[in-house]
Design a binder for this molecule. Structure first.
Ligand code: 13P
Length: 283
């Protein structure tokens, strides 16, 4: 099974109660490593790219890598654009061949977010692609103070947004944040259940790095069919580089360093497939 739609990955995970990891990659090495992990674990996978990565590496370069690396892949995978407030970046990714995009209109009023999101859903449909929506935005852990309440819209506002835009997956704020939590976050898991019951669509769990296995299991069972991981990959990639160089201070052999980093990132991805219950779920 080669590249498939993000919708087909999520709908199946949603009905079978497992989570598909959406892992943010930063370059060719990390893209190849997570795809190899998916093959080894027979797991479906969403490869996510940030706007920053897309702009710095180049749309065509990323997509050429993606096409080449998935040419003979035997597990279902898709390519996703993570948090993107910029319409022209969304359009360019859709035109180039990304399978889904997250329109991040969280800094807009809900009304304006909805208006633009409806246009993007229509635009994406023209490419057979899907759209994730959000109305609240996610902080970085550094911005979260212990007594901070997160910026949450009413359940009704969230449900109306999903219904009126036709997004395929929705990313609610439930006390989650991007980055490495200082302590285990307190999450509003009931909100996931409420949104899933009212809309019938899968929820995207953001800020996955640092959540506990129990939190993942609970939230996935409630309908978080897409589980986002970014910081953990950056940490594993960088830390393995530091470790390798510390161990081999006078070795000037980049490919040897890359082999070590690849193995570390691959192991990390497999750990998440195991936690999310997606191992062996390839079809
Ligand atoms: P982490 O960086 O906390 O893993 O969050 C990833 C994410 O939600 C990307 O959108």
């Amino acid at each position: 099974m080669p590249v498939v739609t993000t919708k087909s990955l999520l709908d199946r995970a949603f009905s079978e109660h497992y989570g598909v990891a959406a892992i943010n990659v930063v370059n060719d090495l990390t893209m190849e490593a997570v795809l190899a992990a998916a093959e080894q674990a027979r797991s479906p996978l969403i490869v996510a790219t940030s706007v920053k990565t897309v702009k710095s590496a180049g749309y065509e370069v990323i997509f050429a890598m993606w096409q080449e690396m998935t040419r003979s892949i035997s597990v279902p995978v898709s390519l996703h654009l993570d948090h993107c407030p910029e319409r022209e970046v969304i359009t360019r990714c859709l035109k180039t061949g990304w399978n889904s995009v997250l329109f991040d209109g969280s800094k807009l009023s809900v009304e304006e977010n909805r208006r633009q999101c409806i246009e993007i859903v229509q635009e994406a449909q023209g490419y057979g692609a899907q759209v994730e929506g959000e109305i609240e935005g996610f902080k970085r852990v550094e911005q979260v103070t212990d007594d901070a309440t997160f910026n949450q819209q009413s359940l009704q506002a969230a449900v109306e947004f999903v219904r009126s835009t036709g997004v395929d997956v929705f990313a609610p704020a439930i006390g989650n944040a991007h980055g490495m939590y200082k302590t285990t976050p307190t999450l509003d898991s009931q909100r996931v259940t409420d949104i899933v019951e009212a809309t019938g669509i899968p929820v995207a769990l953001h800020g996955g790095t640092g959540m506990t296995p129990d939190q993942f299991s609970d939230l996935i069972a409630r309908g978080c069919a897409k589980v986002n991981i970014s910081t953990a990959l950056k940490i594993r990639f960088m830390q393995s580089g530091y470790d390798y160089i510390t161990e081999h201070p006078t070795e000037y052999d980049p490919p040897a360093l890359f082999v070590y980093q690849r193995a570390q990132v691959l192991d990390m991805a497999k750990e998440y497939f195991h936690l999310f219950g997606s191992e062996g779920k390839a079809w």
